[in-house]
Write a protein that binds this ligand. Structure first.
Ligand SMILES: [Zn+2]
Length: 642
């Protein structure tokens, strides 16, 4: 799913929520196969049919629990054990759960099947893909255009399932009946279509690999089809299909180079497209986008952004690796989907226009440090809780950015491929065995294997602590000492990129500490390219180390720089005096007066917050700050980047 620009758009629902703690009833079985057979009626905005779930028993159980949203009426439920015959069984449907009585004794290793017959009007999406539900739209020529999106609350808003990300079926069959002349497209392979002779047709599809239940989807409209073959980086030919509204067919045909270039880049950095044996499929959707496996939603009007790419197409395609091939075991691990998909956007910007633009792209996505939760909490979360609280997009991407600096480029780019494909010779995902459902700890273990590095400190800080680490710098007369502070006092071993008098250097950090030779007159800039996801550093001058502090004025370079919207300016004065600190624009106009008072000798720090300036439009650009105290005057330059 793409980043929601307003969190107010997210809706939550008590009964249909997806994931969270796995109940004992859910833990008692492992889904093996779903068979969904639904009629979809745009006139009454209702659906109805059956869902068969076949599962392997893990712990003996007497009630088989499936999730299904409250608006539906369950008419009957059939049950069978192993290869026996279906028999009707008792059930109740309350609070979004169907509790199915298992009429025979079952034990670990048995296969059981339940077939649920239900119908009703599914929820209507308020703002898809963020609000969940059906989309009963019309095309520009006034014909039905139907879709469904359900990531926030799970597939149980339209079909009965075990609504937890830790369990995916090995395969799934779907049959959808829609009014003529609509076509209904879905995930996996197209098997057959049948005209039922009653002005409806049934479309059958089969997914041959595991799939997240929120990725199962439909699109119905009078589509035109663009068909092609993509050359996979592993050598095979992959069937490509794009079902597009006829009104946009020519536009889409002319746009296919954008799709292809983005596909080729993602294969180059992540490995082969994972689901080529089913298809590489897209459908023109009545909403922006969604990562529906092998039938991705595209509704972005064939537009590229100012960075030169179609970020909806690109982001949703990246999910075929990050989300669909590699799936989070709990929604608390959803950075695996959104952080990695978002980070690959920055890599594409780098590919298109170089490192400066890569850094700019990441700076624009730098998350503030105000989280109540770590990026990857160890407690289970529902989908809505995770999307509301974890900032998995920008924070996840920023942690990947810092990890790249930490392990180095060649190691990091190898790691991306090994996360997707642990065996560099094993790309053939014909039976879904390469799909992995992983926790954050699993990702760490795989990263340690791929990089040959101990990554506990990195993961303990950036994934398991709510706030970012703080860098402490103590400047003495001939040395600067660096140390990391973290919530749980983890000895973070991430080195510090710096410039000293404009020259790039690195402070090696061991067990959370490091130092370099540096005199007080040297100009030190910390992390000038902003590789590190950290809080504002604490920089102090140690007066006990020599006596410069009592005889020198000093004005530090503001930090961060460039900045937006706030930055910190530190200065020291060796004697008492009246201090004035003012900010000017390039034309010499005074923008702000930050200090105007008597100060006794010492070290001071003042924040320049551009949000607090009234009556002036503060735009991106160079600004100057000038400190005047006694007969001392110094002016430094700073850069505001909006
Ligand atoms: Zn996404």
């Amino acid at each position: 799913m793409i980043f929601p620009f307003s969190l107010l758009l997210i809706s939550t629902c008590t009964f249909a929520e997806s994931g969270g703690p796995l109940s004992p009833e859910q833990a008692a079985y492992n889904v093996n196969f779903y068979d969904l057979d639904l009629s979809i009626d745009p006139v009454t905005k209702s659906i109805g049919g059956s869902l068969l779930c076949r599962a392997e028993v893990i712990n003996s159980l007497t009630t088989f629990v499936l999730d299904l949203d409250n608006p539906f009426t369950v008419d009957s439920v059939l049950f069978k054990k192993g290869g026996g015959d279906f028999e009707t069984t008792l059930f109740n449907h309350t609070n979004g759960k169907i509790n199915i009585t298992i009429p025979v004794s079952v034990s670990a290793g048995d296969f059981i099947s339940a077939k649920v017959f239900y119908n009703g009007a599914p929820r209507i999406a308020s703002n898809p893909p963020w609000g969940v539900g059906f989309v009963w739209d019309t095309t520009p020529s006034g014909k039905p255009w139907i879709g469904v999106a359900c990531e926030d609350d799970g597939a149980d808003i339209w079909w009965a399932c075990k609504d937890h990300p830790s369990d995916e079926p090995d395969s799934m069959r779907m049959k959808f009946t829609v009014p003529n002349p609509l076509t209904c497209v879905s995930n996996g392979r197209f098997i057959d279509s049948t005209d039922n002779g009653d002005n409806t047709s049934t479309f059958e599809w089969f997914i041959s690999t595991p799939i997240n239940n929120y990725n199962v989807t439909i699109y119905a409209a009078e589509f035109s089809l663009i068909e092609d073959t993509y050359q996979c980086v592993s050598g095979e030919e992959i069937p490509f299909y794009f079902w597009v509204l006829p009104e946009y067919y020519n536009t889409a045909v002319n746009y296919m180079d954008v799709f292809l270039n983005e596909f080729n880049f993602l294969e180059a950095i992540c490995g082969p497209f994972p689901f080529g044996t089913d298809k590489h499929g897209w459908a023109h959707a009545p909403y922006w986008g969604m990562e529906h496996q092998t039938i991705i939603a595209y509704g972005h009007n064939f537009t590229t952004n100012s960075w030169g790419f179609d970020y909806i197409h690109y982001h949703e395609l990246a999910h075929e690796w990050w989300g669909n091939l590699i799936s989070a075991k709990d929604w608390a691990d959803v950075w695996i989907h959104e952080g990695l998909a978002t980070y690959t956007e920055a890599l594409y910007v780098e590919h298109l226009s170089g490192m400066d633009d890569y850094h700019q792209y990441m700076d624009n996505r730098r998350p503030s440090n105000n989280h109540s939760y770590p990026l990857a909490p160890t407690e289970p979360m529902t989908a809505a809780q995770a999307f509301d609280n974890l900032n998995p997009y920008y924070r996840g991407a920023s942690v990947m950015h810092t990890l790249r600096y930490h392990v180095g480029d060649s190691t990091f780019f190898n790691l991306l491929k090994r996360w997707a494909y642990p065996d560099s010779n094993d790309y053939d995902n014909t039976n879904g065995r390469l799909c992995q459902i992983l926790t954050t700890d699993n990702m760490k273990e795989k990263a340690e294997t791929a990089t040959g590095r101990e990554l506990d400190p990195f993961f303990d800080v950036f994934f398991r602590e709510a706030s970012y680490p703080v860098l402490n710098v103590v400047r003495g007369t001939s040395e600067a000492a660096f140390s990391w502070s973290t919530e749980n006092s983890i000895p973070l071993d991430v080195n510090i990129p710096i410039t000293v008098n404009g020259i790039d250097k690195t402070v090696e950090m061991t067990a959370g500490e490091g130092s370099i030779a540096l005199s007080l007159s040297d100009n030190l800039v910390l992390d000038p390219k902003k590789w590190l996801l950290m809080d504002e550093p604490n920089i102090v001058t140690n007066f006990d180390d020599g006596n410069l502090g009592t005889t020198h004025y000093r004005v530090e370079q503001n930090y961060p720089n460039p900045f937006n919207p706030t930055t910190k300016i530190q200065y020291q004065i060796p004697v008492n005096g009246f201090v004035q600190l003012k900010v000017y624009d390039v034309l010499g106009n005074e923008i702000a007066e930050l200090v105007s008072e008597d100060k006794s000798k010492g070290i001071y720090s003042v924040d320049f917050d551009t949000a607090e300036i009234n009556g002036r439009e503060i735009t991106s650009g160079v600004y100057f700050y000038t400190i005047t105290v006694n007969d001392f005057v110094q002016t430094n330059k700073m850069l505001l980047l909006r």
